[in-house]
Design a protein around this ligand. Sequence first.
Ligand SMILES: Nc1ncnc2c1ncn2[C@@H]1O[C@H](COP(=O)(O)OP(=O)(O)OP(=O)(O)O)[C@@H](O)[C@H]1O
Ligand SMILES: [Mg+2]
Length: 361
Amino acid sequence: MNITNLELTNFRNYKKLKLNDLAKTNIIIGKNGIGKTSILESIYVLCLARSFKNNIEFNLIKLDSDFLKIKGDILGNSKIKKLEYFLSKSGKKTKINNVLKKKISDFISQYKVILYAPDEVKFIKDSPSNRRSYINISLSQLNKSYIKLLNDYNVLIKNKNDYYKKLYINSFIDESYLDVLDLKISELGYMIYKSRRDFIEKINNYLKKICKKLKLGNEINLNYISQFNNLNEDDFVKLLKKNRKKEIQQGITKTGIHKDDFEFLLDDKIVKDYCSQGVQKMVMLAFKLAEMEVLIKDYYEQPILLLDDLFSELDETNQNIILENLNKEIQIFITTTDINNIKKNILKSAKVIDLDRMVER
Ligand SMILES: Nc1ncnc2c1ncn2[C@@H]1O[C@H](COP(=O)(O)OP(=O)(O)OP(=O)(O)O)[C@@H](O)[C@H]1O
Ligand SMILES: [Mg+2]
């Protein structure tokens, strides 16, 4: 799958930008603030119908305008599809081949995107809740029913927390109501746990090879930390019951997959505690590349890879290792401020988009 043409109207700093005849490897260069990240962001929005890094969607609209439009031609299976994304104060509209899609879900996730941005190294050091939300977004790209499962689960947790709060006023405990909730929490929780576990297992299958290729060490592992580890659904119901008294005292549900966490190990060392900033960046990139392999090999998808500011904080050796090991089969967009970062042999086969020449400032 390739984007061949991209047209932006009133998107971020662009009043109008047309990029035609995009290649497999596209290198976007330009000074700080010229609009490199914005181009990657527009591709992300076009494919997923939502903004990246939890940015507020309305902020995508050019400051002096009241709507934005992104148009892109996507080539897959020798057919071109025309995608269109429109956003204004009255909402968003998406079209495929000029036909309006009533449900956004008919539009999103048809086209997969893997984004690597500098601040994503946060995943390693961030709060568990941000790590969970990252994994949730990845999984929802792979499995549409995952989001529904998660929403249903969150409603159960909210109901349980609300009930715990009521017990501050009315101390009669309806154990049978809590039993019913716990059964449902275990059932849905186990399904979510299994999806996460399978996904992490797949990621780890590819991480080992990628780790060697990127010359990071012998092995990177993404560790899945869950109260469900080594338990089945029945055991989990028992655990919920065992923790009930304590939870009632604390007034909050602390048992369940909403407390899951993830951590990287590099040759058995905890990456967030022991590795330098540059190595953490490389580990995060390895993770992204593993995610891409999962999409390609396990789901037969052809994602687009967006690599924003790939080279910041990396030394020349690492920069070259990355460039030499990128999958040549998929479409890649790389942004950089310095064309000298890119080796001549890569430049030869790439399309270079020089924004300093194209964009008026
Ligand atoms: N809604 C908006 N309307 C107009 N301009 C905007 C809007 N949102 C962001 N901008 C501006 O768009 C410009 C491009 O930002 P972008 O992040 O794409 O730059 P960049 O080339 O990636 O820079 P850097 O090299 O620093 O990462 C910035 O100057 C930013 O202030
Ligand atoms: Mg940028």
